[in-house]
Design a protein around this ligand. Structure first.
Ligand SMILES: Nc1ncnc2c1ncn2[C@@H]1O[C@H](COP(=O)(O)OP(=O)(O)OP(=O)(O)O)[C@@H](O)[C@H]1O
Ligand SMILES: [Mg+2]
Length: 495
């Protein structure tokens, strides 16, 4: 597959300009660049979702016009989308076989066969998800695994993975890598997009770098260092580092006692102190994300008690959580994080419209200043504050989710996979903002699958396994090995 001179213009945004890209059979080709660099757009052109304005695409030496996603599939191109594209109201199996369900001789859908085949695919991936479950009940990480299973269930010559591991933990990522090796062995070409740069070095043969919609270059991965790759992406030197310093613990601000949601988690207790960053680690299905949703009032509790500043509170909805000064940064941008049909400005100021009041009238000047600052601080790739969320790149959307809560006067911030899909430069900036908030006394619960950020940013780390807390470590005593052992279910004595 060879793309040359590719150009793509959106209203007000030149997404791609004279870009070239080629993938060989049996090659894993990394595609990297900052948020908004044009990676997804380039792949959506290959997937028949967008039409290019300029350039040429050749498959096996022949020029092609890729007219639609279905056409792309018949050409042997299969995509794992960054923004998960599953149908929430359908089951896992129906999503995997959407539009190509196995049928009986009479033409009726063969449900039994469909569930069996979906179950086998998921088992191969090592995913304990019932194929009969509705997608609307799955976490983002589980949806990502279903999306992967769906892609791998078709015979393709070119498989495009747009940040497939953004929500996955180390273990699931390893399993996906074995699948990629397998595809590679069968001569399939794989495009691998990620912001986890260590993965680029682990799995890719060559890597292409985009910056601001332009082609920077293609390099054999083995000839690059991490520092060089980052410099190519951002155009300057940058070190990924964690600005967290040791802090004297403040008074408890949020106390959780024996929280339970039947079938999801049980007996969860912890206290969060002012100015503390409490990390929660655990595998997919450990219930770590759901704990945050439950505290935020987005998931009904079956048991337990929540105390804020020493006073018991009842939180039955996100609105009540916000009224109590609790914010949630979520990985689930579509469901809880953002209003896709609204602008960047509208989303950032949504939780603070009241503060900007009085009444219905928002103080415009203040609002604009605040939004401009947020865009600058997190270096968002937006054409203007009025750009609609759904037209932003995935990582830029995540930056808006974070910005939205950084503006509030929340006392407690729950952050579920806060840096999901965020590029290396903005990550450092976000960590700096988190430290800043902690310094101002905000308590932060950071739920994360990213081992480096759990180890680098937390004052204290809790590990969950199958809905229960299996370990707790102070910052100084935590290691990757200990956390992974506890996440796998081995109970460690909290020293
Ligand atoms: N439908 C659209 N309408 C307008 N602008 C768009 C549209 N889709 C993408 N863009 C813009 O094109 C640019 C490139 O976006 P793209 O999604 O390709 O970035 P990306 O490299 O995939 O970033 P990320 O790492 O954040 O996923 C961005 O500025 C984005 O806002
Ligand atoms: Mg993208």
């Amino acid at each position: 597959m060879v793309m040359t001179g590719i150009g793509k213009q959106f209203p007000g945004v030149r997404a791609l300009q004279d870009v070239q890209f080629q993938v060989l059979a049996g090659e894993v080709h990394g595609l990297v660049g900052e948020n908004g660099a044009g990676k997804s757009t380039l792949m959506r052109i290959l997937g028949g979702i967008h039409q290019r304005d300029a350039g040429e695409i050749r498959l096996r030496g022949r020029p092609v016009e890729i007219r639609s996603p279905i056409h792309a599939r018949t050409l042997g191109i299969s995509i794992i989308h960054q923004e998960l594209n599953l149908v929430p109201a359908l089951s896992v199996a129906e999503n995997i076989f959407l539009g190509r369900a196995p049928r009986r001789s009479g033409g009726l859908v063969d449900w039994r066969e469909m569930y069996v085949r979906a179950g086998r695919l998921l088992a191969d991936l090592g995913v304990p998800i019932d194929p009969r479950r509705r997608v609307s009940q799955l976490t983002v990480a589980e949806q990502q695994l279903v999306e992967i299973a769906k892609t791998l269930s078709v015979d393709a010559e070119l498989v495009i993975m747009d940040e497939p591991t953004a929500a996955l933990t180390l273990e699931e990522t390893e399993r996906l890598f074995r699948f990629i090796r397998d595809l590679q062995g069968r001569g399939v070409g794989v495009v691998y997009i990620t912001h986890r740069l260590e993965e680029v070095f682990k799995i890719t043969d060559r890597v292409t770098v985009l910056r601001d919609g332009q082609y920077v270059g293609t390099y054999p991965t083995a000839e690059l260092t991490l520092d060089e790759l980052i410099r190519l992406m951002v155009g300057r030197r940058l070190v990924e580092k964690f600005p967290k310093e040791a802090m004297p613990p403040g008074l408890p601000i949020l106390e959780i006692r024996r929280l339970a949601v039947r079938g999801v988690f049980d007996d969860i207790s912890f206290a969060l102190r002012r100015g503390e960053i409490l990390g929660i680690a655990g595998l997919i299905g450990s219930g770590k994300t759901e704990v945050a949703y439950a505290i935020f009032g987005a998931m009904p509790l079956d048991a337990g008690e929540i105390t804020l500043d020493g006073r018991p509170v009842l939180i039955r909805s996100p609105a009540e959580a916000i009224a109590h000064g609790i914010g949630l940064v979520t990985e689930d941008r579509k469901r809880l994080g953002l209003v896709l049909q609204m602008s960047v400005r509208g989303n950032i100021t949504l939780p603070i419209v009241k503060q900007l009041g009085p009444g219905l009238f928002i103080r415009r000047g203040e609002e604009h200043a605040l939004v401009d600052r947020a865009i600058r601080e997190l270096d968002m790739a937006v054409a203007s504050p009025e750009q609609l969320i759904r037209t932003l790149s995935g990582g830029t959307q995540q930056k808006v989710v974070v910005a939205k809560w950084l503006q509030t006067r929340a006392r407690v911030l729950l952050m579920a996979e806060p840096t999901r899909g965020i590029d290396v430069g903005a990550k450092v900036e976000m960590y700096r903002l988190m430290v800043e908030l902690a310094r101002r006394g905000v308590g932060i619960v950071m739920i994360s699958s990213e081992m480096p950020e759990i180890l680098g940013m937390s004052d204290r780390i809790i590990v969950m396994h199958e809905g229960r807390i299996t370990a707790e470590f102070p910052r100084a005593e935590a290691t990757q090995e200990k956390i992974m052992a506890s996440a796998a279910g081995r109970v460690q004595s909290a020293v």
